[in-house]
Design a protein around this ligand. Sequence first.
Ligand SMILES: N[C@@H](CCC(=O)N[C@@H](CS)C(=O)NCC(=O)O)C(=O)O
Length: 219
Amino acid sequence: MRLWGRKSSINVQKVLWCLAELNLVEGRDFERIDAGLHFGKNRTTEFLKLNPNGLVPTLEDDKFVLWESNTIMRYLTQQYDKAQRFSADLETRQYSEQWLDWQLGSMWPTLRVAFVGLTRTPEDQRNYAVIKKSYQDTNQLLALLDQNLATRTYCAGSQFQICDIAVALCVSRWILLNVHFPEKTGPRLPLKNIDAWMNRVETETKYSVVAEKELNILK
Ligand SMILES: N[C@@H](CCC(=O)N[C@@H](CS)C(=O)NCC(=O)O)C(=O)O
């Protein structure tokens, strides 16, 4: 397998974390090519044939080519889950689908405005009102996730699923943005169920392969 994408991308990190949960190792089971941002390569003719969006991650598995990070995780867990790390009953699997869609359709589009504004936009071009609104709207969305986690160990139930990967990577950015730019984000809502779940994710999964304590956006 060949994975195209820089390690600092949230969507590439989803795939790297998922591969780690499946005990697939870079250099042995797959190769990774740095692409995107200052690495470039994602607008070449060769790459656009693989992914016409010109985005990372993009996965090649022999002749099979796939893009969209959540879909790549779904594929990997269907194809390579020898230890049945992610096997679960129908309800759990469908709840996982629900939170994956929520991450992609609701949560990340809301937080992405603050993330891109504060980490990828030159200071003199930042719209701080829009950034604060994005962050505060994310607080409200995460209050809803916090409620869900009041009665569940993981997002979809008692088992860790790929939705936890997608959502935890957004939550880690929500925390980091407030640590680095507290005046620009405004307050971060204290959500104790999310804190406990993040702590569980950090200690009980392979989160460390992509854990970011700093906003190193140019890695
Ligand atoms: N919905 C897509 C979004 C992919 C995406 O937006 N990738 C970003 C990185 S997170 C990208 O390739 N940006 C261009 C670049 O890095 O040069 C997915 O989940 O895979």
